[in-house]
Design a protein around this ligand. Structure first.
Ligand SMILES: C[S@@+](CC[C@H](N)C(=O)[O-])C[C@H]1O[C@@H](n2cnc3c(N)ncnc32)[C@H](O)[C@@H]1O
Length: 371
């Protein structure tokens, strides 16, 4: 089932700019998105998606509860108290599951289906036993003590993704529609960036770093069917689920290749991809990892190739507090000047658009001329 791109979906990027941190006046409206002193850019996005819903343009600020203010310090202090942290973590997990199930996402049923399947047979075919995990990756995460390195986390990853779409688009008529809009608008932004800056070259090779259980990877492969697509992740459990699910789907002209590696050190040849995607990866990473990941993307991209980052734009304080007990780097993500980092590394044509009310998509190009 293709839940990602639909040719009937339209994403109108009425304005999008990061130049000099200035809000732009386009299409007769001035819109400014202010991420505190770190970043400031104008984003004015109107989207007519499957539902023909026109979203309000973004008026986002760096969340008040992120950074180093009193509220943020209070949240940090609360979660540093061990028993309270455990309680919050457990509560966060229960809230996530029960909210998902109230929204008709069959969380436990879907997870059970995977846990009771033959997915385990994929692990030895995919795991790189000599891989050194970055230290930050070994912390407890998403309320799983082993972080992303567990079968339970892998079995629940796709339903967790559906919940993200539902939270972002509560008015969509179904989970499927919410997912279609969220993924469709992201892909549309990527395609538009490519059309604008690629000089009409086709997308022949795509690397999806942090591919998890393959949802974003399959979306990219569906959207660009002539491309060779690679999904790369640090979790061999997630990759096992990705490979297991892909085997059950319709065969593709170019089967997706799955790689167990660190996105900071992919071992892939330089200048070999037209598109490198990071979909919902950076909010799980400390800033040093974000910089290393973007640097590696620059290395493996062909001149004229594009990076596409889609991730959190804003989050209600209650959700942030809940998630902060299970997302150790969320605050750091919000404090990272991503556009500034992209520029320092050498990317050009940096654009940021709000692709749904909760998420942004940032795209940029590797200059045609560079060493
Ligand atoms: C929220 S999931 C991504 C979901 C997926 N891309 C999608 O859009 O549905 C984040 C993923 O990033 C992976 N990840 C985090 N740090 C990574 C790194 N340094 N290298 C490769 N993968 C990483 C995690 O294992 C996890 O699978």
């Amino acid at each position: 089932m293709a839940l990602c791109a639909s040719s009937s979906q339209k994403l109108f990027l009425a304005s999008s700019s990061t130049e000099n941190g200035r809000a732009k006046e386009r299409n007769g409206r001035r819109v400014s998105i202010n991420y505190g002193s770190r970043r400031e850019f104008g984003v004015h996005v109107r989207m007519a998606a499957a539902s023909e819903t026109a979203y309000e343009e973004g008026q986002l600020e760096m969340p008040k509860w992120a950074g180093e203010n009193t509220l943020s310090r209070l949240v940090k202090a609360l979660i540093s108290i061990k028993p309270l942290f455990s309680l919050l973590k457990l509560g966060a997990r229960q809230v996530l599951i029960s909210t998902a199930e109230k929204n008709n996402i069959p969380w436990r049923e879907k997870a059970r289906e995977i846990l009771e399947s033959d997915v385990y047979l994929e692990l030895p075919t995919i795991e790189n036993p000599s891989l050194q995990y970055p230290d930050y990756y070994l912390s407890p995460f998403h309320a799983y003590d082993e972080g992303n390195l567990s079968w339970l986390a892998a079995a629940e990853a796709e339903v967790a993704t559906m919940s993200v779409a539902r939270r972002a688009l509560p008015d969509a008529s179904s989970i499927e529609e919410a997912t279609k809009i969220l993924r469709g608008n992201w892909l549309q932004a990527v395609e538009q960036h490519h059309m604008k800056y690629s000089g009409n070259s086709t997308v022949e090779s795509i690397l999806d770093i942090g591919c998890s259980v393959g949802v974003s990877t399959r979306c990219l492969a569906d959207k660009f069917p002539s491309a060779k697509v690679t999904g790369l992740d640090l979790s061999p459990y997630f990759l096992s689920v990705a490979q297991f699910k892909e085997k059950k789907g319709a065969p593709r002209k170019h089967p997706i290749r799955w790689i167990h590696a660190a996105g900071e050190d992919t071992g892939l040849p330089p200048k070999s991809f037209d598109l490198v995607s990071f979909s919902y990866v950076f909010h799980e990473c400390p800033e040093r990892a974000i910089v290393a990941l973007v640097t590696e993307a620059f290395r493996v991209l062909k001149p004229g190739g594009a990076i596409a980052i889609t991730d959190q734009s804003e989050m209600p304080p209650a959700l942030f507090t809940l998630l902060r007990s299970t997302e150790p780097f969320l605050n750091e993500y919000y404090l990272t000047d991503l556009e500034g980092r992209l520029k320092e590394i050498g990317f050009v044509n940096i654009e940021t658009v709000l692709t749904d009310p909760r998420h942004l998509t940032m795209t940029a190009t590797v200059p045609h001329q560079h060493d």
